[in-house]
Design a protein around this ligand. Sequence first.
Ligand SMILES: Nc1ncnc2c1ncn2[C@@H]1O[C@H](COP(=O)(O)OP(=O)(O)OP(=O)(O)O)[C@@H](O)[C@H]1O
Ligand SMILES: [Mg+2]
Length: 383
Amino acid sequence: MALKDDVLSALGKVSSPDGTALPATRKLSDIVASDGKVFLSITVDAGAVEQWEPVRERAEAAIRAVPGVTSVMVALTAERSAGAGSGAVPPRRPASGPPRQGPHQGPAPGGHAAPRPAGIPGVEAIIAVASGKGGVGKSTTAVNLALGLRDLGLKVGILDADIYGPSMPKLLGIRERPQTIGGNRLKPIERHGMPVMSIGFLIEEETPMIWRGPMVMSALTQMLREVEWGTLDVMVVDMPPGTGDAQLTMAQQVPLKGAVIVSTPQDLALLDARRGIAMFRRVNVPVLGIVENMSTFVCPHCGGRSDIFGHGGARHEAERLGVPFLGEVPLDIAIREKSDAGLPVVASAPDSEHAKIYRDIAARVREGLAGAGKPAPKIVIEA
Ligand SMILES: Nc1ncnc2c1ncn2[C@@H]1O[C@H](COP(=O)(O)OP(=O)(O)OP(=O)(O)O)[C@@H](O)[C@H]1O
Ligand SMILES: [Mg+2]
């Protein structure tokens, strides 16, 4: 609390373009201050971003000078434009950081033909692991897929973009905090030869995550662009569940080369998966395929197989929608136990049947990426 107050009083000495002290402008988000790391965003009109950029820089400098602050991220975010339809988030980019983030700024009509955000220097391909529905095993798939791609000889990184419920600290057993380089760049944590970044490294697990929309985007942009990712063939992004505005904005803001959709075999989950596919298509991100997770259940005692959530639904759905089917991962207690213990199965049991399944999925994803530049067949989906 004390740190937050010190930050606020430091911001009191920074003036906005019209001379008002920053806290009095009512443009500041909540200040998130934890363990010396401070985040906040300033919401301004899209047209006023240039005037505000020096203010943002002064705010960062002022906060950095507060005793106890080890790193700071202040982002400028643009207001949603008046008249934007409720379903489509204007493809604004959070104007944080220097203008190297690419030319795309300010609202574009509709949200369909948004210009692609600029890539991350040194990162060849960014892929999203997504699902329409929560709890279907997206994070488990993301981490094991990343390890599978690593086993194919690729240099892989993991970005946990699930700001509301980050999983990577637990799934990879990470308790340490990222180091800061030169004041405002972060060094990702290394696990199993992969750089990993998650908002969960910066904020206590118990901290309730209350984010305003602009903060979500600024935190994500910072994790993408202000982290020393190095050279990567593939960055695997674990997305938050759902297909609402936040996910759509993310799908637009992150320069994605493709998306992997995770679904369980039930009809309801498949309906959500279909919405997920429609969302990525809407923003012109190729869908690399569907993974059926929690497919057949193999009883650990008797070896008997049962299809608790059904079986084969995702394969059928993939065929119907004209997207590749990437594989089936059984519902197996070993996967859950290993995940929860921070030991993903591909790393902790590389010779197991499960690890092989994930590596096969990874190989199909790699194939899909090789063809991701080609135009996708036109298929109409009713979501
Ligand atoms: N194939 C599987 N077999 C057994 N347990 C699994 C399997 N896949 C995932 N789980 C378990 O299911 C739970 C949810 O998985 P996970 O956290 O990966 O889902 P998620 O889709 O990322 O969830 P959220 O929507 O909350 O982000 C975890 O406890 C995980 O260990
Ligand atoms: Mg998750």
